[in-house]
Design a protein around this ligand. Structure first.
Ligand SMILES: [Zn+2]
Length: 254
């Protein structure tokens, strides 16, 4: 098991170097997404040594996006080898099982290259009661509860909308709620906001993917650009252009 993780990290390192040298952005994104799941797994099992190596990889990806010197941020083979001597075998197997995210019953999803947990609707009552999910804290206070309940009510009405939890910023801050939109067969992070049509009196909820706080600091610009592929929706009543950047609009009840 130790050998497998070691080889996996060496493989990740070589693939990252190759993808970056060839300017293969899509491949770099894939590797970054994989690294993030791997890092989540290391955090979930308190594998601080493994997490430290993976965080170095994350730094390398960030440096790549920022266009600054990136080669020195990728952990060297010398760094990877000795560090893994300290990793306990049991935590590694847990880390591996955690990364098995293909099961349809699993709540872990990769959305916009990052991990988002989408609890079942029945799990939310316990989350709001205990303010914890998968051993990570969620925000306290009435605002969080009211916000989540409101989004859940929209989710119950429109199945393409789901409410998830994601890590934004440092792990110690816990998980924050986020709205996920199923669109064109993909999952997309969005902010739901009420808009009014300036041409008629339609008013309703819309989904906007352009807000920076939906994404990691390093990737939000790329993710916002990526979401430009979704059609901008106009007013469902009079077809006029709406303000902001709605890629989903609530149907007109009239
Ligand atoms: Zn209108």
């Amino acid at each position: 098991m130790k050998l497998s993780i070691y080889l996996l990290l060496i493989y990740l390192r070589q693939q990252t170097l190759t993808a970056r040298e060839q300017g293969d952005t899509a491949r770099t994104r894939d590797l970054e997404a994989f690294n993030r799941v791997f890092l989540e797994a290391a955090h979930s099992t308190n594998d601080v040594v493994l997490a430290a190596v993976l965080e170095n990889f994350e730094d390398a990806f960030r440096d790549t996006h920022l266009g600054v010197e990136w080669k020195s941020s990728i952990p060297s083979e010398e760094e990877i080898g000795p560090l893994l001597d300290n990793v306990e075998e049991v935590s590694l197997s847990e880390a591996f099982s955690y990364t098995q995210i293909n099961s349809t019953t699993d709540t872990t999803h990769i959305v916009n290259d990052g991990v988002v947990f989408i609890p079942a609707p029945t799990e939310w009552a316990a989350i709001l009661e205990n303010r914890v999910y998968l051993d990570r804290k969620t925000p306290s206070g009435d605002f969080f509860e009211e916000w989540v309940k409101h989004q859940l009510s929209l989710s119950a009405k429109y199945p393409e909308i789901q409410v998830g939890l994601y890590q934004h910023g440092l792990e110690k801050f816990g998980l924050f709620p986020i709205v996920i939109l199923k669109i064109d067969g993909e999952l997309q992070r969005v902010h739901l906001e009420r808009l009014n049509c300036e041409s008629c009196d339609w008013s309703g909820y819309t989904a906007n993917p352009m807000l920076s706080e939906l994404y990691d600091y390093a990737s939000w610009l790329a993710q916002a650009r990526r979401s430009e592929k979704f059609t901008i929706r106009s007013c469902p009543r009079c077809n006029s252009r709406l303000p902001r950047h709605p890629i989903w609009v609530e149907p007109d009840p009239l």
